[in-house]
Design a protein around this ligand. Structure first.
Ligand code: ASP
Ligand code: MG
Length: 587
């Protein structure tokens, strides 16, 4: 007998017929002998309707009353859902967040779950009932109703699955799974039978439409297998699991962020604290900085480039210009017509040559790469927006993503179950976990840094470099290309220190042919901060740079992804930096 959490999104319960159809799925499961908890969203676009209603009354509704209002959407759908199950001859009980005992903090409209009591739900399940839980809502310590932020029912479902130690959390939605890329952009996009939590998090821009990123972080922390499947079509869906249970391939998906703007702070005196002075005011203005690239300083001056959503450009420019003045930087440049294309795959951390394949595919389409950042499982490039669709297509084809693979989602039930935490442990970790955006900080002192300066800013250069490096079987970890200036680009990468001599030899040859120069640092320290919401959490970059600056640590290189921030510092400052960061993030 299994315990299953089934979550139905708004479109899956949009009208009475759909509610009955969804209820049939729960009943069938229950009849098969499983314990079933159903989590339901508000019907259709009911939450939008309620938001709109409030706006008609006042421009500034109080957050508490907003939650009081929005939570009614789910209260309606759970009651109707329970009635539907009862009409099908099974016993069901609907419960609000408060009735279940989903305790949150008091941050109305985006509350974070602090704890969930399981006794009541467990007893109902043991009595043979199907429990219908309202998604998206909880109650704070003063008894106020709270909501978890838009799309929060996914988080309710996964959190319930975690505390109840469910065997699987099934997310029924209007798409039939997670795709290799957005099918609206590319018709050859294919549904993935399985994907790892980390890939799903790095693909947030792809997966966001499918699932709330925060819910994936919960699933990862507690090892909850999540099956995303269609409410309307009987197809297997996509299983989101730990990396060792997902199909291994170098690249699983290609994500596009279409509306990016780039800002470069040029000629910043290279001294501890300058990053902090830039990213702190950006964070307090609520601007979510995405890619951050700092090049290796020349003559004591560095460039810091970063991207923001194009909508935030004007505000971000105001902030940056003020900072430029205060820091004595030589200038600020910007471009609002950029797009970011990323390839993501856990397999790339084990395979050489992935970067080369990506850059070659872009080069064949004559697409110029403006900036590059990488994480262990992701390569992101900033390109002109006009090239976006072409780039997605090229990258998708380069990794053969259109080719079908064997479906493993159906056999999910027979795979080895994840190691389960005890309920107490889960509750303890649930507590406060949501405001803990940072999960880990690691130091890697085994790398050498190689930097090209004065590379021509033309399509194909990155491809040449990394193709050759791939051919030499050199394992590249971090790649950073700063925004080109004066028609010349700077490109840095790290390799295991033991491979440094070979890397320099290869790099030297490439540089010579291109009129560039190569420099290297035999040993550097790379610090990686991982967690969820790194990208969307405006203050993370600030919280990283502030303590390093205070400790007098100069940051040589920065690169970012959705779930990770890497910085390279001098080897002898590695240990100190690790301690500083661990303390700063309470790890
Ligand atoms: N009904 C809420 C919303 O529309 C929560 C959810 O559907 O996940 O955002
Ligand atoms: Mg949703």
């Amino acid at each position: 007998m299994a315990l299953v959490v089934q979550k139905f999104g708004g479109t899956s319960v949009a009208d009475a017929q759909k509610i009955v159809a969804a209820a049939r799925k729960a009943v069938a499961r229950h009849k098969a002998g499983d314990k079933v908890v159903v989590v339901v969203s508000a019907m259709g676009h009911q939450t939008d309707v309620l938001v709109d209603l409030a706006k008609q009354i006042t421009e500034r509704p109080s957050a508490r009353e907003m939650d009081m209002l929005l939570s009614t959407g789910e209260q309606v759908s759970v009651a109707l859902f329970a009635m539907a199950i009862q009409s099908l001859g099974e016993e069901a009980v609907s419960l609000t967040g408060a009735q279940i005992g989903i305790r949150t903090d008091s941050t109305h409209t985006k509350a974070r779950i602090k704890s969930i009591s399981t006794d009541h739900v467990m007893k109902l399940l043991d009595d043979g009932r199907i429990v219908i839980a309202a998604g998206f809502q909880g109650i704070d310590q003063h008894g106020n109703i709270t909501t978890l932020g838009r799309g929060g029912s996914d988080t309710t479902a996964v959190a319930l699955a975690a505390v109840l130690r469910a065997d699987v959390c099934e997310i029924y939605t209007d798409v039939d799974g997670v795709y290799t890329t957005d099918p609206r952009i590319l018709s050859t996009a294919r549904r993935l039978p399985s994907i790892s939590y980390d890939e799903m998090l790095e693909l947030a821009s792809l997966g966001a439409g499918v699932m709330h990123p925060r819910s994936i972080e919960f699933a990862k922390k507690f090892g909850v297998p999540v099956l995303v499947r269609s409410s309307f079509k009987d197809v297997p869906g996509t299983l989101i699991v730990a990396a060792d249970r997902a199909t291994a391939r170098p690249v699983s998906g290609v994500a596009l962020a279409k509306d990016e703007a780039r800002i470069t702070l040029e000629g910043v005196p290279d001294q501890p604290g300058s990053n902090h002075k830039l990213f702190s005011p950006l964070a307090s203005s609520g601007i979510a900085v995405d890619m951050i690239v700092q090049n290796v300083a020349q003559h004591g001056l560095a460039d810091i480039s970063f991207t923001v959503p194009a909508d935030d450009l004007a505000q971000a420019l105001d902030v940056t210009r003020a900072v430029a003045k205060a820091l004595g930087a030589t200038g600020v440049s910007h471009d609002d017509s950029m797009a970011k294309v990323s390839v993501v795959g856990v397999g790339m951390a084990r395979e050489e040559g992935v970067a080369g394949r990506m850059f070659l595919a872009l080069s064949r389409e004559r697409i110029n790469v403006r900036m590059i950042t990488t994480s262990e499982i992701k390569i992101s490039v900033l390109i002109d927006r006009a090239d976006a669709a072409k780039a997605v297509k090229a990258a998708h084809a380069a990794f053969g993503l259109e080719k079908p693979e064997v479906d493993t989602a159906e056999s999910a039930g027979t795979a080895a179950p994840p190691t389960k935490s005890s309920p107490l442990d889960v509750v303890r970790r649930l507590e406060g976990m949501e405001d803990l955006a940072v999960e880990d900080c690691q130091l890697d002192s085994s790398q050498a840094l190689v930097t090209f300066t004065d590379l021509p800013d033309t399509p194909g250069v990155a491809a040449d470099v990394f193709e050759e490096i791939g051919r030499q079987k050199l394992f590249v970890d971090m790649i950073v290309q700063s925004h080109p200036r004066g028609g010349r680009a700077e490109l840095s990468f790290t390799v295991p220190a033991v491979d440094r001599d070979r890397a320099i030899e290869v790099a030297g040859r490439i540089a010579k042919a291109r009129g560039a120069t190569v420099a290297n640092v035999p040993h550097v320290a790379k610090l990686s901060i991982t967690g969820v919401g790194i990208r969307s959490h405006a203050g993370i970059a600030d919280r990283l740079f502030a303590p390093l600056g205070d400790a007098g640590v100069n940051v040589d290189l920065v690169s970012t992804s959705e779930v990770r921030l890497n910085v390279v510092v001098a080897a002898e400052q590695g240990k100190q930096s690790l301690e500083v960061l661990r303390k700063a993030f309470g790890l």
